[in-house]
Design a protein around this ligand. Structure first.
Ligand SMILES: *Cc1c(COP(=O)(O)O)cnc(C)c1O
Length: 425
């Protein structure tokens, strides 16, 4: 899946392009920093996933939280994607992008009653319930409206996803799901409550997994659970196996989608369930980059710094997860150019506002453009306007054309969002 970057973003005549568009032309037209997504990479990634599961009864529900831009969602929707949403905001985005309600699942550990009502109104495929109190609440909301909610219960299989602690979700100390040992009681409760139709088991053990073993361990724990539930008279015919497949940021070896598909088939194929998968990062991560300009090169006594116009508020992954992102110059350096270590930082007033420490880069100076790679997932969606910085805009490229798919707000627009109370006016 990492091929997305190399194919959609490449040097042509010494200039980095997104498909057939020079990134320098985008910087000129839109300004920097900005996110740039390549339709071709989204399509290649989605098709690879869909083809690996073409022979199976599998629904692909793109996890919107990885990249919620309407144009990105619609691009995937046109290819046949469903959606995994975690809030009413995401639900409305999925619907606005044209994803049919019967291909939408609603995940998340803290759905409000208002969100449940919105999901029932929309007639979505399934709600994934994560606790007993949520079960009771959903029963009240659904039965109060004379409706029946098709639900899966998310179980916590207590496996180590072997990924970063902040994106690991399947250990018993995590807040997610119901302990798998307590799942039979939860299903029995669900079956007894009005307004609920328990039809599935769901799980999601974490993100950026680069090995298949933790997935397999988790999926295999679900098999005896489904058998026990069926024996107890609860007709489970759906499995939601979550997302989590990783991408290549640096030198990770990521399992081929075909191997992942074979493992899914092998682990749970015998149950005859309709399977939902919720890939996020793997579909969009390498389909986007963050385009930035060097403001200054600063030569300290002990370190050298490249100060960009992009910052942690635009892309927080390096600060939050110590994540590595490739950084490359937009103008290709001549073969044999010497590289030297330099810290790549943003202008925000935090030492944590660092994209890379001692990164080996060719000589770069004020005004030069750089691309921060693999930024299509958990980039723009996690951006903020910290330090009074306008939210970073987004651009979608398609062949030789591009469009701003989220404009940069003006400072006036940002100011206009605040209100002075009467006593300060
Ligand atoms: C975040 C999340 C996903 C997507 O995870 P990726 O690692 O981006 O594939 C899928 N399902 C649930 C429930 C999630 O919370």
């Amino acid at each position: 899946m990492s091929t997305g970057t190399s194919e959609a973003f490449s040097y042509r005549s010494g200039e980095l392009h997104a498909e057939a568009v020079a990134l320098a032309a985008i910087a000129e037209a839109v300004g920097t920093p900005c996110y740039v997504y390549a339709r071709a990479a989204l399509e290649v990634g989605y098709r690879a996933f869909a083809e690996a599961f073409a022979d199976d009864d599998v629904g692909l529900c793109y996890a919107l939280k990885a990249n919620g831009n309407l144009a990105v969602i619609r691009t995937l929707a046109r290819l046949g994607a469903g959606a995994d949403v975690v809030s009413e905001g995401e639900l409305r985005r999925a619907l606005a992008a044209g994803i049919p309600p019967d291909r939408i699942v609603f995940s998340g550990v803290g759905k409000t009653r208002a969100e449940m009502a919105a999901a029932l109104d929309a007639g979505i495929h399934q709600l994934n319930v994560e606790s007993l109190p949520e079960l009771e609440a959903l029963s009240e909301v659904a039965s109060g409206r004379g409706q029946t909610a098709a639900i899966a219960i998310r179980v916590n299989p207590d496996v180590d996803a072997r990924t970063h602690a902040k994106i690991s979700t399947g250990r018993k100390e995590n807040k997610f799901g119901i302990d798998i040992d307590h799942a039979p009681a939860a299903f029995a409760r669900a079956a007894a409550l009005p307004g609920l139709r328990p039809v599935g088991v769901a799980l999601h053990i974490g993100s950026q997994l680069t090995q298949l073993a933790p997935f397999r361990a988790a999926f295999e724990r679900v098999v005896p659970l489904v058998e026990a539930l069926r024996a107890a008279g609860i007709a489970i015919d759906r499995l939601d196996l979550g997302g989590g497949l990783g991408i290549r940021y640096r030198d990770e070896t990521v399992p081929p989608i075909a191997d992942y598909a074979a493992m899914v088939r092998d682990a749970v194929g015998g149950l005859g369930c309709k399977v939902t998968l919720e890939p996020g990062r793997v579909l969009v991560g390498n389909a986007g980059l963050l385009l930035a300009r060097v403001i200054y090169r600063k030569e300290g006594a002990h370190r050298r710094f490249l100060i960009l116009d992009a910052a942690m508020n635009d892309l927080i992954r390096p600060s939050l997860y110590e994540a590595h992102h490739g950084i490359i110059p937009v103008r290709e350096s001549a073969p044999g150019t010497r590289t030297a270590p330099i810290d790549v930082v943003g202008p925000v007033c935090e030492s944590g506002d660092t994209f890379a420490l001692q990164r080996l880069l060719p000589p770069l100076d004020a005004g030069d453009l750089v691309a921060i790679q693999s930024a299509g997932a958990y980039g723009a969606v996690m951006a903020s306007s910290y330090n009074g910085r306008p939210l970073v805009p987004e651009v979608l490229v398609d062949g030789d054309r591009f469009a701003v798919v989220r404009p940069r707000p003006t400072i006036e627009e940002m100011l206009a969002q605040d209100r002075l109370p009467p006593w300060l006016a």
